[in-house]
Design a protein around this ligand. Sequence first.
Ligand code: SAH
Length: 243
Amino acid sequence: MKGWVVVAGLGPGADGLVTPDVAAALAAATDVVGYAPYVARVLPRAGLALHASDNRVELARAAHALRLAARGRRVVVVSSGDPGVFAMASALFEAMEGRPDWQRLEVRVLPGITAMLAAAAAAGAPLGHDFCAINLSDNLKPFDLVLRRVWLAAEGDFAMAFYNPRSRARPDQFRQVLEVLRTRCEPDRLVIFARAVSTPDQEIRVVTLDTAREEMADMRTVVLVGSSRTRAVGRFVYTPRSA
Ligand code: SAH
């Protein structure tokens, strides 16, 4: 049997937001590899081996998936949202560097609905014009660079999506991000805290920058910051297409 690896995005949480292609790959798989909470979203069945691993072991997890495929297994590596957005797809390609044998394997990336797009849809259309996405975690880059990118995004008047805004390990950093925004943006700039989007725990909170507080975010929250043109219409928030 010829093995393969599919890197698949499971979407933000709701079953209806898993693409048919991802569902088909899972149905054809012999093995599922991923961070434990994401593997837990895959329905167990006979003949399907589930390999749940810890956070922060992306390269080892990717190598494990490639080794299984080289042995003829059909492997789906799962991420939440989209696998190319702060997730496993890059780790897989990094693990393939210097390994011509793994580079010859059948590898496919199947997109998913990333958190910022599900959050934007829940709020209206805050990302309707130019925007950028920034990972606020300093696991893989210095925090100075995070602050510099936030500053430059504000300077460029982009709407912004912040992933991994806040964790117990770094409770204070998101406050510094808000401070940088306050130096560049007007106090009534709209900020959306979108938590657990598309799950039963979903909460969408729209505030202005002067009332935004670091406690409003946790690791299940994606934060959307409007551009200077972003505004409210009824209970929705949108960014006009002309700017
Ligand atoms: N690959 C994922 C992102 C992984 S980073 C994607 O494309 O969505 C993990 C971060 O994503 C979380 O800290 C949070 O900021 C965001 N996130 C993931 N799922 C979410 C959801 N259902 N609601 C809100 N934010 C979410």
